[in-house]
Design a protein around this ligand. Structure first.
Ligand SMILES: Cc1cc2nc3c(=O)[nH]c(=O)nc-3n(C[C@H](O)[C@H](O)[C@H](O)COP(=O)(O)OP(=O)(O)OC[C@H]3O[C@@H](n4cnc5c(N)ncnc54)[C@H](O)[C@@H]3O)c2cc1C
Length: 423
């Protein structure tokens, strides 16, 4: 599929007649267009199309014949007081379960906003989708194309840039559910088959964690239980095991997608949609609505564990030590066994959150001893598949499980940073 047939679905807003919009929106839209121009191989025609698209909430948007679209609903707004309540503050599962809420997580790791913030996303119109609703999705996308409307696709609202959450016509994929595990999956038109799992668009990582444990197979995921697999993979997707097993995108085997034209396609690296498939593997959102992704799975790793703790002192010196050690690890061809996150915190503190995999704990410890950076830190063996002992269910009746640390990260910041987009 040529890129010119692709529509930048998640972030169409405009610069032209949208003068009724506030400065905040215009700025977002300027940023979005600049971002598209920087990162996407769209032709000038596509960019021109974005500029002429009527913004949501304006006369063109409001006068669209919405009555012709069954199942469409108008904005369902969570009130500020509810957003500020413990329901929102302590329950990321509940937040990701609302069509009009999302997370502002762009400043994770910052001293000011180390967690995330609940965001009222206030779509003007939205459609709640379920598995098997492909015809409705095609119809909705046709409608948006025909009336030149800003279209958003949202699952959980974890998008760092709020691309699933601004005003417009939202297709809410959160309730498109289902999974299927395959002993031998053959991607469309490919000659080979391998163990795999298919997840429908609305599946979140807490569901994947549970299924991995049940099936004793590893799928490359992110860390946070409430993130959705599609957005993760569209952005590349880096998780605890990526240093050994690759990114979310590199493990994608096949995609089912509904294009802006309404056409439903199955894309793999072996069929006529291989360019679309390539774009979906980390090319960002905007190429169509994904209804299902199928991923490679792996046997349970032989051994795995954590290296966790803090390193204090001169941060520049300590980082230089770490990088010298990591370079040496690479030269010893061991680098794929250890990876993860170093979080730089105020007061020259480095929070070490690394994971080792397929390496005995004593061999891991011997590697740590090659650098003074790790003084006092140990390789601690841990179960690969979560036992969920520190997981809690939603206090507000949303489905799922979330770890305590996830809840506290949210709770320390939600409320003081509640934002509402302008009407
Ligand atoms: C708390 C937190 C923790 C995170 N942890 C990690 C991590 O460990 N590793 C990592 O790599 N990333 C991580 N991320 C980043 C995360 O992977 C991205 O923000 C991702 O885009 C979220 O996807 P989502 O579907 O949950 O969110 P959404 O906001 O619902 O969607 C994200 C983007 O994908 C598009 N999209 C979603 N579903 C579809 C679909 N079915 N078809 C087409 N487009 C779709 C949306 O339009 C939007 O642009 C984290 C983010 C947060 C906020």
């Amino acid at each position: 599929m040529p890129f010119t047939t692709c529509l930048a679905l998640s972030f169409l807003c405009l610069l032209g007649p949208a003068l009724t919009l506030g400065e905040e929106c215009e700025k977002r839209d300027d940023d979005t267009l600049a971002m598209i121009q920087r990162h996407k191989d769209h032709s000038a025609r596509d960019i021109g199309r974005l500029k002429s698209c009527p913004c949501s909430g304006g006369p063109c948007f409001d006068s669209a014949p919405w009555h012709q679209l069954p199942g469409v609903r108008s904005m369902n707004q969570v009130q500020d007081h509810r957003l500020r309540s413990p329901a929102a503050q302590h329950d990321p599962l509940w937040i990701s379960d609302q069509p009009d809420l999302g997370f502002h997580g762009g400043m994770m790791g910052s001293a000011k906003v180390p967690g995330w913030t609940a965001l009222n996303s206030t779509p003007h119109m939205y459609m709640e989708l379920h598995e098997g609703d492909n015809w409705q999705i095609a119809q909705a996308m046709n409608f948006a194309t025909q009336h030149n409307l800003k279209l958003l696709i949202k699952n959980t609202g974890h998008d760092w840039f709020g691309r699933s959450m601004s005003r417009g016509f939202m297709l809410w994929t959160h309730n498109i559910q289902g999974s299927q595990w395959h002993d031998a999956f053959r991607p469309a038109n490919c000659g080979h088959s391998e163990p795999a799992v298919s997840f429908a668009a609305g599946v979140q990582f807490w569901q994947v964690f549970q299924e991995m444990k049940e099936h004793k197979r590893l799928v490359v995921t992110g860390t946070c239980a409430t993130v959705g697999h599609v957005g993760f993979t569209l952005g590349g997707g880096y998780g605890d095991y990526s240093h050994f097993y690759g990114s979310g995108a590199s493990n994608l085997l096949e995609a089912e997608v509904i294009l802006p034209s309404g056409q439903q396609v199955t894309a793999s690296e072996c069929n006529e949609y291989s360019d679309l498939f390539k774009a979906l593997r980390g090319g960002g959102p905007g190429f169509g609505l994904v209804t299902k992704f199928t991923y490679r799975t792996y046997p349970e790793p032989a051994v795995s564990g954590m290296i966790m703790g803090t390193v204090s002192g001169d941060m520049v010196h300590n980082l230089a030590e770490f990088f010298a050690w990591y370079k040496a690890l690479n030269e010893q061809k061991k680098v794929k066994h250890i990876g993860g996150i170093l979080q730089l915190q105020p007061g020259h503190v480095i929070f070490v959150n690394l994971r080792f995999v397929n390496l005995p704990a004593e061999d891991c410890q011997a590697l740590l001893q090659q650098s003074s950076f790790f003084n006092g830190l140990t390789c601690q063996q841990a179960a690969v598949f979560n036992d969920f002992s520190d997981y809690k269910s939603s206090e507000n009746g949303s489905k799922g499980l979330q770890p305590d640390w996830l809840k506290s990260m949210a709770s320390s910041h939600v409320g003081s940073h509640v934002m509402r987009l302008q009407q």
